[in-house]
Design a protein around this ligand. Structure first.
Ligand SMILES: [Zn+2]
Ligand SMILES: [Zn+2]
Length: 257
């Protein structure tokens, strides 16, 4: 797969020297996207159609509502609700028909589990799950992250100073490591692949060990006997540990803004 290469944001993210440059990029894209969806694109028919189909996840509804543009949020929500009601109606019908079938089928058939009514109810539940699992912002962010992961590999392969900066970095969070490893397995080969995977693993491993030690000291600081001892690097150890484990979600903004 070919991606549009934009090296500057990736270089900038590595220069931040945080726990994960891809988390920093994801956050930046997320904030820009949320603003964009409540800006001019609220009224773009193209965007509206896609929003109507997919909607937003809980996290992104929360971010949209924090933008203080209630009218924009409500307009998108209204047409998405109408589209969703049509889909949900299909699922409700299916579940009710299934339940009816189950209750009116002959006893023997029901006991042998041969009515198919329960299947229909389960299919309806699956339909509802699909309706509620999609998010247009998550999709857009994922697409961007694929591109950034690809760009990071491109930089690693073509820019010796990036290679050095990456090897000296704190690596990535485990979630983005998976993304980058998959991308590397598809896009790299030979000695370069070997070196990249080694740098990625050793930088991340080192950072995990440091974070673990800092987090332990963070917990020990709650002991009154340690109250007067210095914090060292432990003050934000909990936030850093969460970032390493699951990707950034708490603590200072990873994109430095
Ligand atoms: Zn990350
Ligand atoms: Zn989302």
């Amino acid at each position: 797969m070919r991606y549009h290469i934009d090296t500057i944001p990736v270089w900038d993210a590595v220069k931040l020297e945080g726990e994960c440059p891809l988390c920093a990029l994801r956050r930046k894209v997320e904030k820009t996207d949320v603003e964009r969806y409540l800006g001019g694109s609220v009224m773009e028919p193209d965007t509206r159609i896609r929003v109507n189909e997919k909607g937003f996840c809980q996290r992104h509804h929360k971010m949209l509502s924090e933008q203080k543009n209630k009218l924009g949020h409500a307009l998108m929500c209204h047409t998405h609700l109408k589209t969703t009601m049509q889909k949900a109606h299909g699922a409700f019908d299916r579940a009710q028909i299934g339940a009816k079938e189950e209750s009116t089928a002959p006893l023997m058939k029901r006991m042998m589990g041969k009515t198919g009514g329960r299947e229909e109810i389960l299919k309806a539940a699956k339909m509802l799950r699909e309706i509620t699992d999609s998010c247009i912002l998550c999709d857009s962010i994922d697409e961007n992250m694929q591109r950034y992961a690809y760009t990071l590999l491109h930089l690693y392969q073509n820019d010796a100073s990036f290679r050095r900066a990456f090897a000296a970095s704190k690596g990535l969070c485990l979630k983005d490591m998976a993304l980058l490893m998959e991308m590397a397995a598809h896009e790299m080969s030979g000695k370069m692949l070997d070196e990249f995977i080694r740098d990625l693993c050793s930088a991340t491993e080192k950072s995990l060990e440091k974070t673990e030690g800092d987090l332990e000291w963070f917990t020990l600081k709650f002991d009154y006997r340690n109250a007067d001892k210095p914090w060292g690097d432990s003050k934000d150890a909990l936030e850093r540990a969460v970032t390493k484990l699951r990707g950034w979600c708490i603590g200072e903004e990873p994109d430095g803004q």
